[in-house]
Design a protein around this ligand. Structure first.
Ligand SMILES: [Zn+2]
Length: 275
């Protein structure tokens, strides 16, 4: 297990679990880490690979889902950077976040021996915040849709996009808010991207593959929004809607078929909610 260079400043390391990517943006003797983890040895490996002595200026948490927030406890004293909604949910739902981490790690066969405590966010990253790193700045952009508190990272100097939990080569979009997700993808399509790192799966520097991932996810989200809306307006039941829309072509149906049904349910319930 070694970290892999993506640009002159970015290295990534893929976790044993969920192909989750952790990153280190490094310039000279300064670095920012992104979603370090999931396991302690992976966090240690990432820190070792960026070389010493390097001052880690911050840990960027792209969003508050449990698999992305395990790094800070391994690196005490390093400021944690996240969207204001993530800061709020990590502060307000501490017990639930902690329970989720314990349950999920146990379910994956790696039960924790010590109590997990959710990190406190030290630096609130509103949309458009810029982190200076050597000769460049890392832009943090609010990217809701997979969840409300998600950030992506854009390094305009080398046109690198850290896409958080989007634009995977093996997952379909996991939807929390379909409209927000579609609009986020539309905003990302206006960026000039030479290298893409998804939160889960393989990075790519192939322009046509980057285009293709953006186009596929956008098309999926548009169709999901349109067809579930039509089904709700036709007063079809959720079960009917799921059955009618189950057979879409998906990447990796073995892992995504269930998530696709969950997406239909999420959109259906949001539309059915009395406003
Ligand atoms: Zn996530």
């Amino acid at each position: 297990m070694m970290s892999q260079p993506i640009s002159s400043s970015l290295r990534i390391l893929k976790s044993r679990l969920f192909e989750m990517n952790s990153g280190a943006f490094v310039h000279g003797r300064e670095a920012y880490l992104v979603d370090p983890g999931i396991f302690p040895d992976e966090i240690d490996r990432l820190v070792t690979d960026i070389g010493q002595p390097t001052a880690i200026k911050g840990i960027i948490i792209t969003h508050s889902h449990w698999d992305h927030i395990l790094g800070p406890e391994r690196l005490p004293g390093v400021p944690v950077i996240a969207h204001p909604y993530a800061a709020a949910s990590l502060a307000n739902d501490t017990a639930e976040v902690s329970r989720t981490v314990h349950e999920r790690l146990a379910a994956e066969g790696s039960p924790r021996e010590t109590q997990y405590v959710a990190p406190r966010v030290d630096i609130i990253a509103d949309n458009g915040m810029e982190l200076p790193l050597g000769n460049r700045t890392l832009q943090l952009l609010h990217a809701p849709g997979h969840c409300a508190d998600q950030l992506v990272i854009y390094d305009a100097s080398e046109r690198v996009l850290w896409a958080a939990d989007m634009l995977s080569d093996f997952e379909i979009p996991f939807v929390d808010d379909v409209r927000a997700y579609r609009q986020t993808i539309e905003r990302l399509r206006t960026l000039d991207i030479d290298a893409l790192v998804p939160g889960h799966g393989n990075p790519t520097s192939d322009k046509s593959e980057i285009e293709e991932r953006l186009a596929w996810d956008h098309k999926y989200l548009v169709r999901l929004e349109e067809e579930v809306t039509a089904s709700v307006h036709a007063r079809h039941t959720l079960a009917h809607t799921q059955h009618a829309l189950a057979d879409w072509p998906l990447r990796r149906p073995d892992i995504n078929a269930r998530e696709h049904l969950r997406n239909i349910e999420t959109v259906y319930r949001a539309l059915s909610r009395p406003s």
